[in-house]
Design a protein around this ligand. Sequence first.
Ligand code: DGL
Length: 269
Amino acid sequence: MLGNNHPVGIFDSGVGGLTVVKAFLEQLPQEDLIYFGDTAHVPYGNKSEAQLMQYAHDIMDYFMERKVKAVLVACGTHSSVTLPRIQAEYPIPMVGMVRAAARAACRITSGKRVGVLATQATVNSHAYRKAIQDIMPDCHVFEAACPLFVPLVEAGILTGEEPIAAAKQYLEPLLREDIDTLVLGCTHYPFLQDILTDLIGEVTLLDPAIEAVKEMKAILTGHDLLNQAAHQSRAEFLVSGDNTSFYRVGTKLLGKVINEVKSVTLTHC
Ligand code: DGL
């Protein structure tokens, strides 16, 4: 097991996982982090399980080289498709989005009718539905894939006609099912929170980031891995593809936390 002063690794396909970094910095301000945005492969939602496994291995191998003490999978797709396997393969604590979302959804739902917006790969896995029904077997779960959202967010298009039209289209079948809670099952989607909130009326919107970071904090505490040093936390941002758009969109959300974005090449990237 690595020491307390090692960083936590956090990854996603692009800027989406920064919505989780925001919660991480709020709850764990003393921790250092290395964020990896796999922008050479964004979007993840249309990739096969074999491709996603390859990306997960490359990123995890890199994180092991960098001696991270734990990994936060800030990606609904990897949390749904690859996490159960990579968790068994690497000897460090790992936390994903799905269990955290399921716990929070079951706490919040008033009528046991939960909608989940996620990527196509995540919806195909039904991971959120299974996790919610593991806790609350009589809960009705309705999942919808939103393939236009990630390219819009990566391009920094967070308002206006295009995302509103896409959101209406994706929400319509879920709202028809009379859902009372809507889970943002992809970490890119909180960037579109304002648009979604306007369209869902009384339905409660759930971003699982806070709950996922809470779980990470509990795990670090349980393994006696919390960073005790009184220092300003260091955050390093790396991407496998273009770093300029990541910087532009990322700084919209996190501001000065992102000083610099470096491009790195992993084995198969
Ligand atoms: N933000 C990721 C997720 O939570 C990946 C989305 C994508 O690249 O398609 O699923």
